[in-house]
Write a protein that binds this ligand. Structure first.
Ligand code: HAM
Length: 417
């Protein structure tokens, strides 16, 4: 037997209701905020990610699935969605001309990480990106949208961690001081951090190794280095969150693993996830559009991991999986009537199941229970002869025999419009 490669998952039907709940909720919320869906390809030229995410980032330096095409160009399976959305935004002049554009997306992402719970090599994200405004209101809007999705899907305990990593100007002095601090502690750093110290100093704040995590408590804080513009922006983001009822925790060590961020960075974390504790994250990236060759355009966005949200929601009751009707029949003429009835019921927008060879009444009732049918429709020999149906409420309710036409009239036909 050929098994699946490490770090990828099959999502079997029993997990699909949860999947649908997350995806449908996200789509509903995106529509409420007037974002428009954008679908981008799963592969891009490698250069897009190398330039956008940063050569020194973990993703670019060691986690990309990269291969050559027949013309000798280097392609990469997208490790995240933002770079592609920015490319598509620039490439389509029409959107690029609008004063602001709001997109959302769903899709698989690929990172050659060491697989563990909540960390996959192929995983699915949904996300949103807003272009054209540097106003702190939109940093809030992006976080509010993510928080609405978390609330509506029923993710219980979570925390929004918020930080500002400033702009390239004010960050420069911070990084210098951070580097000096870590150089003075170089003997206590792990091997990875020693290697990253020179070119990717900020990432040291993100190291999960106990010795490095302890060291960061003495490190300089970015909040003391923000320029006036960045400080005012950050204060305004926090004020908007408070006005909008979004609670947050400031975390001055929240630096994120991608190079494109400016000012706001945030993560939605939940203790239920263990080591990989963020189920959604994002921030502002005011320089990326220009860096990719577009005109200078501020932008902000977030992405959430669907599999991580599914882990958090795995224990919650699933209310969407049951059938509306299950038809119990007696074969022969009764089965012919039942087949016609099935198509009429589906045309009215109700879900219904029938099995031609499911056995006797008892076996069919058992099936109806297993399929979590709300009602069964019994078409026995008597019902067939008299053009009736017997409707049985499965949750302890009684049953009633009515004319077939009367039953059909009682079904509202606007169910799925
Ligand atoms: P990210 O933090 O790399 O940000 O990923 C966002 C979310 O994707 C994470 O919070 C997590 O839920 C999920 N995720 C990431 N890696 C894995 C993995 N290996 N296995 C399972 N789930 C994973 C971004 O991707 C940015 N593009 C977010 C953004 C959008 N920033 C601005 N706009």
């Amino acid at each position: 037997m050929i098994s699946k490669p490490p770090g990828v998952e099959d999502i079997y039907p029993d997990r699909i209701p949860l999947w649908d709940k997350i995806v449908n909720t996200a789509r509903t919320v995106f529509n409420l905020y007037h974002y428009k869906e954008l679908i981008t390809p799963v592969m891009e030229f490698t250069e897009l990610f190398a330039r956008g995410l940063g050569d020194e980032s973990d993703i670019v330096s060691k986690e990309m699935f990269t291969f050559g095409d027949r013309g000798g160009r280097s392609l990469t399976l997208r490790p995240e969605g933002t770079a592609s959305v920015v490319r598509a935004y620039i490439e389509n002049g029409e959107y690029n001309r609008l004063s602001s554009a709001k997109f959302f997306y769903f899709g698989p992402m690929f990172r050659a990480e060491r697989p563990q719970k909540g960390r996959l090599r192929q995983f699915n994200q949904f996300g949103a990106e807003l272009f054209g405004s540097g106003d702190p209101y939109y940093d809030y809007e992006i976080m509010a949208m993510c928080s609405d999705i978390a609330e509506k899907t029923g993710i219980g305990e979570y925390t929004l961690k918020l930080n500002s990593i400033g702009c390239p100007d004010c960050r420069k002095a911070y990084i210098e001081d951070l580097k000096s601090y870590y150089i003075s502690k170089i003997d206590e750093l792990c091997e990875d951090c020693r290697r990253r110290l020179e070119k990717n100093t900020l990432r040291l704040l993100d190291c999960k190794k106990t010795s490095c995590a302890d060291l960061k408590r003495g490190a300089p804080l970015i909040g003391n280095y923000l320029c006036d513009g960045c400080r005012l922006h950050h204060d305004a983001v926090k004020r908007y969150c408070t006005s909008g009822g979004i609670s947050f925790e400031e975390d001055q060590y929240l630096v994120r693993g991608l190079d494109y961020y400016t000012r706001t960075t945030f993560e939605f974390v939940s203790a239920g996830l263990g080591g990989q504790n963020a189920f959604a994250a994002g921030g502002r990236y005011d320089n990326l559009v220009e860096q990719f060759g577009g005109k200078a355009t501020p932008a902000v966005g977030f992405a959430a991991g669907i599999e991580r949200m599914m882990l958090l929601l795995a224990g919650t009751p699933d209310d969407g999986a049951g059938l509306d009707y299950y038809i119990v029949h007696a074969g022969g003429e009764s089965l012919s009537k039942a087949v016609r009835l099935v198509s009429q019921i589906r045309a009215k927008g109700f879900s219904v199941e029938i099995e031609p060879d499911a056995g006797g009444f008892k076996a069919q009732m058992k099936k109806a229970n297993r399929e979590k049918a709300a009602r069964t429709i019994i078409i026995g020999e008597d019902e067939t002869a008299l053009d009736n149906v017997t409707i049985k409420e499965m949750s302890g309710g009684g049953q009633e025999t009515v004319g077939l036409e009367q039953f059909l009239r009682s079904l509202r036909d606007d169910r799925i419009k």
